[in-house]
Design a protein around this ligand. Structure first.
Ligand code: CS2
Length: 513
């Protein structure tokens, strides 16, 4: 064990060969507030911003906000926000210390401090990596208006818990103060992520407006005082709809969870402790729609692709990378593979992934210049990276939130083209089977999902595969309102039957016949 830890003080004495921020961190101006300062953000956007700062564009330091736990702040604050990014390929590991996160806030401890950062005029971009489930989408895709945190945020606009609550309150206060809105840049794996967040936030703001109207009316009724009318709040929804930019973006970098063995190895290499280094792969991609009315870093100078329409890139990534990832995760778990590289080295799974890609590729937009063969060849290489040890259980989390855009969307398109999405639907069946296996062949909480309580109830009753699948589709809202829904249920149920009978081997055999 080493006695000291990574910090501004120890930074300059790190061994040669470890890249460190070459800029004066005390001169950095925080221009970005990031919500969800987990490992993914620290391996991706924070690294691009670090490049901008190193090139002298000092206006874009990051204020990192955790919406839930204090873990990241507790690990990084004693390190002055510094952490190691370990870029790992099968043969080598390159270390780089990132300095772009200047300060960190924990929302539940001090929502007021988060709002203060958001309303500061120098904050011009708010980025988000809060994971799919934190957007609080209902089964049909709209805002889950009954979610307790949404109910809370509508009742307590000044003490929000959700991203929606924070963004709405901050945008309202900025408008009142005459400060132009920030640009909201969603960096989560959602389809049309900017547009999706824009729609959800406008929905939230409409409810907020309606509530403030009611409160105004009640106060007016009680006091008969016309002076208590709304101070311009009534139209926050239209302000957000018309005046705030929500460019979409496609983010891509594989970031396995850091293990204690990683911490120990990095400490030896640094000669000091790093409480939370981040592991990642060499590949890194960010494609961003170029709509930043309040300005932005010159990201294109550091490898970011700025485009007019991100949709083709987003669909390709969600359906080929993430879709395959989910398939590898659930079928891997059911086959006893703990990591992606091991599952992908299993010939049956490898063959399945190729067939899955063949099924999903025709759903991608033609004429967008996508080179799907080069893309899948590169994915195959990335999935084979043994140094990452990316756990199948990590990817298995939150299936109900991930599968709609990774698997169900392309399946619906396949059906419309009169083709049966048989491989795609095996991923959904494998998800259900993996949920059924928890507490039996898999540990109880091996992976988790916001729908775990009702999902476990369905799995516990263990009705027929057809009944189980129909109940799960209802619960998760898969293909809601789609004419092909019954057919998708039927395909999934057939697979689930095979999986229950003889595991992945039986399901693969039935697919091959
Ligand atoms: C993964 C993603 O955990 C998961 O669901 O599929 O986090 C994936 O590693 C990233 O999207 C890669 O960019």
């Amino acid at each position: 064990m080493t006695s000291s830890h990574l910090s501004e003080t120890t930074l300059r004495s790190l061994p040669k060969g470890i890249a460190i921020p070459g800029y004066d961190r005390s001169k950095v101006i925080p221009g970005i507030v990031h919500l969800g300062v987990g490992a993914f953000h620290r391996a991706h956007q924070a690294a691009y911003v670090d490049d901008c700062l190193a090139a002298g564009d000092m206006d874009w330091g990051i204020v990192g906000v955790s919406l839930r736990s204090a873990d990241t702040r507790d690990a990084l604050s004693p390190q002055d926000g510094l952490y190691t990014l370990a870029v790992r390929s099968s043969g080598e590991e390159k270390l780089r210390v990132i300095g772009s996160i200047g300060s960190m806030l924990v929302a539940p401890e001090d929502p007021g401090a988060v709002l203060a950062a958001l309303i500061h005029p120098r904050t011009r971009i708010v980025t988000l990596t809060i994971t799919e489930k934190a957007y609080l989408r209902a089964a049909g895709g709209g805002l889950d208006t009954a979610h307790p945190d949404i109910v809370h945020d509508l009742a307590n606009p000044q003490m929000p818990k959700t991203a929606h609550g924070f963004l709405a309150e901050a945008l309202a206060r900025r408008r009142e103060a005459g400060t132009p809105p920030f640009t909201v840049l969603c960096c989560d794996n959602l389809p049309a992520n900017g547009a999706t967040l824009h729609r959800l936030l406008a929905e939230f703001a409409e409810m907020r407006d309606a509530r403030l109207d009611q409160m105004g009316d009640a106060r007016l009724g009680a006091k008969g005082d016309a002076g208590l009318a709304q101070s311009g709040n009534a139209s926050l929804a239209s302000h957000i709809a018309d005046q705030v930019a929500f460019p979409s973006s496609m983010v891509d970098r594989i970031v396995p969870a850091t293990t204690d063995a990683d911490r120990a190895r990095i400490a030896v290499e640094l000669g000091v402790e790093d409480a939370w280094p981040v592991m990642t792969e060499p590949f890194c991609q960010w494609v961003v729609e170029d709509r930043f009315p309040a300005g932005r870093p010159a990201w294109e100078r550091f490898g970011v692709t700025m485009v007019e329409d991100v949709r083709p890139f987003e669909d390709m990534k969600l359906r080929l990378l993430n879709g395959a990832h989910s398939g590898i995760a659930y079928l891997g778990l059911l086959s006893g593979h703990a990591t992606v590289d091991r599952a992908f080295a299993d010939p049956a799974i490898r063959q399945f992934v190729d067939a899955l890609w063949a099924e999903a590729i025709p759903t991608l937009p033609e004429g967008a210049g996508l080179d799907t063969s080069a893309y899948t060849a590169e994915l195959a290489e990335r999935f084979s990276n043994t140094a990452l040890a990316h756990r199948t259980a990590q990817i298995a989390n939150d299936g109900s939130q991930k599968l709609p855009q990774r698997i169900v969307a392309s399946s619906i398109e396949r059906l419309r083209a009169s083709a049966a999405p048989r491989h795609l639907m095996l991923v959904v069946a494998a998800w259900i089977a993996a949920c059924e296996a928890r507490g039996k062949s898999l540990p109880e909480a091996h992976f988790t999902d916001p729908l775990d309580v009702p999902m476990t109830a369905i799995c516990g009753n263990r009705p027929s595969a057809a009944e189980t699948t129909a109940a799960v589709f209802d619960l998760a809202g898969f293909a809601k309102g789609e004419p092909g829904r019954e057919r998708l249920i039927e395909l999934t149920a057939n697979h689930l039957e095979q999986l229950r009978r003889g595991g992945p081997a039986a399901a693969f055999a039935a697919l091959g016949s």
